[in-house]
Design a protein around this ligand. Structure first.
Ligand code: ADP
Length: 638
């Protein structure tokens, strides 16, 4: 086994790898950018080396600097995590040329699976079923559109170098083909430096089921499947293992195909073979198709670890250190059911717009596994993936595990940024999901209900006012709080709240009686429990995962608030302006797309807030803009 390794990553996965290393007595070296000098992963490792400025191209993607850091610190091997350099065969070769070990498959195996088109060809040859479509070299728009006609609509255009749901466009009608092709190709170019695409038949009622494989270069086994059908914009949201409705027969067929795929390329280490399953008529062993193989550890690996009782990072380290795979297929047994939910700093109700902010509070219930790369006080910056944590539960049955997941989400305290916590909790309450009726369209179909935000109840508002007004500080048994004025107004941004202290834990709030007690970060108001965080003049209060943020207003500041009308389009996050579809003087209708921005390598379309005429355009394609910048203004309404 290695005595010291370097982890070429950040965030939760770097922390996750460090944890296993600690358990095995392996020393760790972290690398970090300037934005991550005080990040959790950099502080957890035994040593930390600075790579460069915040942008990934100047830090986490700098293979040369990473290899040098490993050599300088005496690390013997490099664990790439996921993303960044994890599937970059040139990096693997450079690591090996420097006399170090890459903890992962060979450059050759990565290359074989690196491009979706080449991988599909290879799998066809290995006898693995693939999605019908076109994956050849000819790329002219006319030719591709003919191919799409032949395949039959709807089709899915995929950037062949794509990953993480980027560079994909579903097309329903021939007349939309060219615009979609341009979009997929542009995203492929900007995210992966490759504009080429392939076209697939769109599978109706698709389920995403993937098989975890593990190889030692000669032999491979599989560790069962994960169902990742719960997706938004082709990105996984909640994953589970086993897949609902999976039969032994189908698992054996998919497992054998996945092992065939891994052995065909002499695979060493942890890998995932992703299949798309046509579930229009239940699960059937003749309706799964190879989509791609991810030649690395995946974000959702913990659900497999939970049901197989393994530590996949430990396996990765052992195989990379030259130990053969000791387990056989028969050693792998699946126990119970596991879920993982991905907690993100993003606004689900605004089409999952990435968010930033300093997490003033972050706490998870103790009984569950939460893999996180940030702590309370840490900042979610615009430079990297805005994941906050993965919440993982394991129960004896799917029903039990789902109940645990719901409870875990409801007991999670997060404040300081917009998050998808309420959305995740809403999914755990979704009836179809509870019945195991999952497909990749579920979230889009029920988007409005899943992202509906109820107004805060009177009790919730009262609890918020009591918390930010400092009323809850005194414990009930301490008797009357002499220092609190008996009648006070708490000026919240939602309106002034009148609080009268009647006795210990008893208040009259805006004329209603409220009994409220605080216990740490919990406040119980009229019998209902809320989690809360007070940070300066801001109180975040969570009612079963739905949070509301109230600000206590300083009356002197109020004048500054006025002035921002509904006549302009502002940047909802820091990013790059890609396209501008309008010009001064142009008439626009509410909802029409005006500006395309890119942030976190994803495109976001900003639409007209109302009908009107463009008065001024304050940006151009290629401009870097900050959160809140005014990009366009409309003529005032007549
Ligand atoms: P990426 O590498 O960007 O993750 P994938 O090829 O793995 O892209 O596809 C991501 C998701 O897109 C899948 O999980 C599935 O939900 C959906 N998808 C992919 N191919 C198809 C298809 N042919 N028909 C319907 N949905 C698809």
């Amino acid at each position: 086994m290695f005595h010291k390794i370097l982890i070429a990553n950040r965030g939760e996965i770097a922390c996750r790898v460090i944890e296993t290393c600690r358990r095995l007595g392996v020393r760790t070296v972290a690398v970090h950018s300037d934005a991550d000098t005080r990040a959790k992963h950099a502080q957890m490792a035994d040593e930390a080396v600075r790579l460069g400025p915040a942008p990934v191209s100047e830090s986490y993607l700098r293979g040369d600097a990473i290899i040098q850091a490993a050599l300088d610190t005496g690390a013997q091997a490099i664990h790439p995590g996921y993303g960044f350099l994890s599937e970059n065969p040139d990096f693997v070769e450079a690591v090996e040329q420097a006399g170090l070990t890459f903890i992962g498959p060979s450059a050759k195996a990565i290359r074989a699976m690196g491009l979706k088109d080449a991988a599909k060809k290879l799998m066809e040859e290995a006898g693995v079923p693939v999605v019908p479509g076109y994956h050849g070299d000819e790329q002219s728009a006319d030719f591709l559109s003919q191919q799409a006609d032949q395949i039959g609509y709807p089709v899915l255009i995929k950037a062949r170098a794509g990953g993480g749901g980027k560079g994909m466009r579903k097309v329903d009608r021939p007349k939309d083909f060219r615009t979609a092709l341009e979009g997929a190709s542009r995203e492929g170019q900007s995210s992966f430096g490759d504009p080429r695409v392939l076209i697939e038949k769109w599978i109706t009622t698709p389920r995403h089921i993937e098989v975890q494989v593990f190889g030692d270069g000669t032999r491979a086994i599989h560790l069962g499947e994960r169902d990742c059908s719960l997706q938004r914009r082709h990105q996984k949201v909640i994953e589970e293992a086993p897949a609902p409705g999976m039969t032994e027969e189908m698992r054996a067929a998919m497992g054998a195909a996945a092992v065939r795929a891994a052995e065909a390329i002499g695979y060493a280490g942890a890998g995932t073979v992703e299949f798309i399953v046509d579930a229009s008529d239940g699960l059937s062993p003749d309706r799964f198709f190879f989509m791609e193989m991810n030649t690395r550890l995946q974000v959702e690996h913990p659900v497999t670890e939970a049901i197989t009782g393994t530590d996949l990072v430990e396996w990765q380290l052992r195989v990379a250190a030259g130990e053969p795979l000791t387990s056989t297929q028969d050693d792998i047994t699946l126990t119970g059911h596991a879920f993982e939910a991905r907690l993100y700093a993003e606004d689900a109700a605004k089409d999952f717009l990435p968010a930033t902010g300093t997490l003033t509070a972050l706490a998870f219930p103790e009984a569950i596994r939460a893999d996180s790369g940030v702590r309370a006080g840490d900042e979610i910056t615009p430079f990297y993936d805005p994941m906050i944590a993965k919440i993982i539960v394991h129960g004896p049955t799917r029903e039990a595990a789902l109940a645990q997941l719901r409870a875990a989400l409801e007991d999670t305290l997060v404040a300081g940024s917009v998050t998808n916590l309420a959305f995740l909790a809403a999914l755990t309450r979704h009836e179809g999901f509870a019945r195991g009726e999952v497909d990749t369209g579920l979230i889009a179909r029920d988007y409005d209900t899943l992202t509906a935000r109820p107004e805060p109840s009177e009790d919730m508002t009262a609890a918020a006012a009591l918390a930010v007004g400092g009323f809850l500080e005194a414990q009930p048994h301490q008797g009357f709080t002499l220092w609190t004025p008996l009648l006070q107004t708490v000026p919240l941004d939602t309106g002034a709240v009148k609080v009268e202290v009647l006795g210990p834990g008893h208040y009259r709030v805006d004329g209603r009686d409220v009994t409220a007690h605080r216990n740490g970060t919990t406040v119980t108001a009229n019998g209902r429990r809320y989690l809360f965080d007070v940070s300066g003049n801001t109180v975040t209060i969570l009612d079963r995962a739905t949070s509301h943020v109230f600000h206590r207003i300083d009356p002197l500041d109020q004048a500054a608030e006025a002035g921002a009308g509904g006549d302009s389009l502002t940047a909802p996050m820091p990013g790059l302006v890609k396209l501008v579809h309008t010009e001064p003087g142009a008439a626009v209708t509410k909802g029409s797309p005006l500006i395309v921005m890119e942030a976190m390598k994803m495109e976001h379309t900003l639409t007209a807030p109302r009908d009107g005429t463009v008065a001024e355009l304050a940006t151009t394609p290629g401009a870097q803009v900050s959160d809140g910048d005014i990009l366009l203004t409309l003529e005032p309404e007549a």
